[in-house]
Design a binder for this molecule. Structure first.
Ligand code: BTN
Length: 283
């Protein structure tokens, strides 16, 4: 039997486990565009759900939202830590474009997440090239776009853009490998389910203000204005060497532009991961 939770007044208490529940209906009511939304308490990965749905013919805009993932997927084959206290969502898209436009999906999503967060926090969200959102020097969100080609073509059949937001710090803290950079939008504060629903709707509304299957606005001007790395000294690995460079900005082709030993270097998205050099950190 499900009972309202006596401890926090939200969610439900089932066999000793507090389940916070978001409702797809509450999210869709706040949307400017009708979208099929599924809301779940827990799932292996919303991106896996989205990829399967896309293969099964789901329409563009089909969205999966979850409060916890047991096998969250990150960039470069890494896992994405997805405990309770976060908001994880994936959107199935059917861009009528070349596969190269997948990067525009990521930049549009990054810009959309920042605009949505603007309505919920006082600190300005910034974008760490290519796909991370930072608030107060901490990564609070990661974005992963996956997809598939139309067979024997360079066109995209579908794309799934996944957005993972850390809202509240996990009870046991972050795992050691991300503890020095991960943070949560609301710190230690417990976030009511209504806020999670409102934030999910805001992200979707901001994203679909930029994205249309026939025409993707990449939000690049704002993306570049929100560039977290500008002016910072960073390290990156390439060709077996560690490089140290100063970030000049992000260019119109979403290259990270660096100054290294007096030379201008252009890094392509997906080519390398860039770390802020803590010892040499500059603003
Ligand atoms: C990264 O920081 O490496 C990207 C992380 C992307 C995580 C999101 S959470 C929602 C969606 N489902 C997943 O399994 N991954 C993405």
């Amino acid at each position: 039997m499900d009972l309202p939770c006596a401890l926090c007044g939200s969610g439900r208490f089932i066999f000793g486990v507090i389940l916070t529940l978001i409702s797809a209906e509450n999210i869709t009511q706040k949307l400017k565009k009708a979208l099929p939304v599924t809301a779940l308490e827990s799932v292996d990965s919303t991106n896996l759900l989205g990829l399967k749905a896309a293969r099964d013919g789901a329409i563009s805009g089909t969205t999966f939202v979850a409060l916890r993932q047991t096998a969250g997927r990150g960039r470069l084959g890494r896992s994405f830590f997805s405990p309770q206290g976060g908001l994880y969502l994936s959107i199935v898209l059917r861009p009528q474009t070349e596969a190269s436009a997948a990067l525009s999906v990521t930049t549009a999503a990054a810009t959309a997440v920042c605009r949505a967060l603007d309505g919920f926090c006082t600190e300005k969200p910034m974008i760490k090239w290519v796909n991370d959102i930072y608030i107060a020097d901490r990564k609070v969100c990661g974005i992963l776009t996956e997809g598939a080609f139309v067979p024997n073509s360079t066109r995209l059949d579908y794309a799934v853009v996944g957005i993972g937001l850390n809202l509240t710090e996990p009870a046991g803290g972050y795992p050691p490998e991300i503890a020095d950079k991960a943070g949560a939008v609301f710190g230690k504060e417990n976030v009511p389910d209504e806020i999670k629903e409102a934030l999910a709707a805001a992200v979707l509304n901001e994203f679909f203000a930029l994205y249309d299957d026939a025409h993707i606005q990449n939000g690049l001007e704002e993306y570049r204005r929100r560039s977290y790395l500008d002016g910072k000294t960073v390290t990156y690995q390439k060709d077996g060497n560690t490089h140290i460079a100063r970030v000049l900005g992000v260019d119109e082709s979403v290259h990270l532009v660096l100054e290294e030993n007096g030379q201008k270097i252009f890094l392509e998205a997906g080519e390398v991961s860039v770390c802020v050099n803590k010892q040499l950190k500059q603003h």
